[in-house]
Design a protein around this ligand. Structure first.
Ligand code: BG6
Ligand code: MG
Length: 217
């Protein structure tokens, strides 16, 4: 039966990981410890609150709750300085074409992201109007790898999980898709994302040919 697609945002539609990294790194440095790009991998796909917990753990820093809320706000403000400069040129290779093709074929698709900035980012990229549904960090109570975000997306697309194809770059996201009973496509390192049904090295490998195969009924 008819397929539907669910796209993660950060690392799938746009490479915002580098901006998250800059913002978290500044925060870490301000608190007096270093934060490497390798350690940043741990924050991919993870909610803002959980990211802070992981970061503080790395630095061995303990903070009272009010202070955590304050520095999360600071981090986001810093992050938004980069985000508000972003344009369509930062859409990852081939993704705009894929979205336009699905639209043309009237295949429904949704966003399924952990970010609370998702709508702002899609607006910046001028992609927001293409999506049939948007489910983001403001809509869920349980973060990936919980399947909630993708199950809500399927519901909004008026379809069932077995008809959904999820595109993800994070381990937690691939796991969430699998638990939801959806087809998972992992973008990035094959060994890291070894639980995905299909592995691609980068978004440029998500070709129209592959989409055609996936939507065959
Ligand atoms: C995910 C990113 O998509 O969103 C994470 O991969 C990020 O790195 C999370 O922490 C939450 O994003 P935001 O924009 O709400 O801080
Ligand atoms: Mg991601």
């Amino acid at each position: 039966s008819k397929k539907a697609f669910i796209f993660d945002l950060d690392g799938v539609i746009v490479d915002t990981a580098k901006y998250h990294y800059k913002a978290w790194k500044k925060l870490a440095n301000d608190l007096g410890f270093d934060f490497t790009e390798e350690q940043n991998e741990l924050l991919k796909g993870v909610s803002r609150v959980r990211s802070l917990e992981i970061l503080l753990n790395i630095g061995g820093v303990n903070l009272p709750e009010e202070e955590k809320i304050k520095i999360m706000q600071d981090k986001n403000e810093h992050y938004l300085q980069y985000i508000t400069q972003m344009g369509q040129d930062e859409i990852l290779e081939g993704m705009h074409e894929v979205l336009l093709y699905l639209k043309e074929q009237t295949i429904p698709f949704s966003l399924g992201s952990a970010s609370k900035n998702a709508r702002l980012i899609l607006n910046q990229l001028e992609l927001i109007d293409l999506f049939d549904a948007i489910v983001d960090g403001n809509d869920v109570s349980k973060a990936k790898p919980d399947p909630e975000v993708f199950l809500i997306a399927a519901e909004k697309l008026k379809t069932t999980p077995e008809n959904c194809v999820v595109i993800e770059d994070a381990i937690a996201g691939v796991e969430a898709a699998n638990i939801a009973g959806m087809v998972s496509i992992g973008i990035g390192d094959k060994n890291t994302l070894n639980e995905a049904d299909f592995n691609l090295n980068s978004t440029s490998e998500l070709t129209i040919e592959m989409i055609k195969e996936l939507i065959k009924e």
